[in-house]
Design a protein around this ligand. Structure first.
Ligand SMILES: C[S@@+](CC[C@H](N)C(=O)[O-])C[C@H]1O[C@@H](n2cnc3c(N)ncnc32)[C@H](O)[C@@H]1O
Length: 273
């Protein structure tokens, strides 16, 4: 008998008590850059509205909101009760659930988004199961999009923020570079796995997706923005620097070598027919 997948308690408490995920993509410049770029990578790949979108790990429904407003019928699945309550106010429907065992029927969604689960599943077998479930519930030929955090994101982030001058942070960053695993409590995030671009391609291709493309979400200049915001103690959203970082991300998207500079990567592919 297969056991119900359990969300690690440290991930549950991180999203329930430590951070408010509902403001992550609007309160900071690098968050705003992630939102704009995610929208511009997704929009041209989505089927015409109305279409059925399953947003797995959809959190408080930031993407569910703009997708619903654009006419898509969106259902959010997330293991954090606070997120499910927030997502249910966005125009989407929402339920508690886990990417590794979806309640949705097979072949039922035109689009399946996995913008979060892959980087919170530390074991390859769990990520494979989440991708297999996304492929199962996608209609034949449907779009599946999965997000990853880049392996080098911690290095770039801490150069810009803590200046890497504390041994504890430097050691945590060094361990992520080596293993890809962020252990909870070592710095300001929870349990996570950070992909190399090649590792992400390999995982989504193994799940049976075809026509796979991998995109640089924030591109090479997001940490410059983050550093400017951190040290100037001021928002740089909407500034010339923000527009430069956005243009850099757009330019970088055509150059696979630059994928490694991005904080997030998006892999898009087609479910088997
Ligand atoms: C950083 S948030 C991203 C939220 C939103 N998708 C976005 O892109 O802004 C990561 C999300 O993944 C969810 N998550 C973590 N583990 C998961 C799992 N095993 N199954 C489904 N969702 C999971 C978390 O609850 C959280 O809402």
């Amino acid at each position: 008998m297969s056991r119900e997948p359990q969300l690690a308690p440290e991930i549950q408490s991180f999203y329930s008590e430590t951070v408010d995920e509902s403001v992550r993509l609007t309160r900071s410049a690098d968050g705003a850059l992630e939102l704009v770029r995610t929208q511009e990578i997704l929009r041209p790949r989505l089927p015409a509205a109305p279409a059925e979108v399953l947003d797995v790990g959809g959190g408080p429904g930031i993407h569910a909101r703009w997708l619903s407003e654009a006419g898509y019928r969106v259902h959010v699945v997330d293991p954090v009760p606070r997120h499910v309550e927030q997502a249910a106010t966005t125009g989407a429907t929402a339920e508690l659930g886990d990417a590794r065992k979806l309640s949705a029927a097979s072949d039922s969604y035109d689009v399946v988004l996995l913008l979060g689960p892959l980087y919170h599943l530390l074991e390859r077998a769990d990520r494979d199961q989440a991708l297999a479930e996304a492929v199962r519930v996608a209609k034949p030929g449907g779009l599946v999009v999965a997000a990853a955090i880049g392996r080098y994101a911690s290095l770039f982030e801490h150069v810009a923020t803590t200046l890497l001058d504390r041994d504890r942070v430097r050691d945590a960053v060094a361990d992520i570079l080596t293993t890809g695993v962020h252990e909870p409590g070592r710095k300001g995030f929870t349990a996570a796995y950070f992909h190399t671009p090649g590792g992400l391609v390999e995982e989504v291709a193994s799940a049976g997706l075809s026509n796979v493309s991998v995109h640089s979400v924030e591109g090479p200049a997001w940490a410059v923005l983050k550093g400017a915001e951190e040290h100037a103690q001021d928002s740089v959203q909407g500034s010339a620097m923000f527009r430069a970082a956005l243009n850099a991300a757009r330019l970088a998207d055509s150059y696979p070598d630059l994928l490694a500079s991005s904080s997030h990567l998006l892999a898009a592919g087609t479910a088997p027919a």
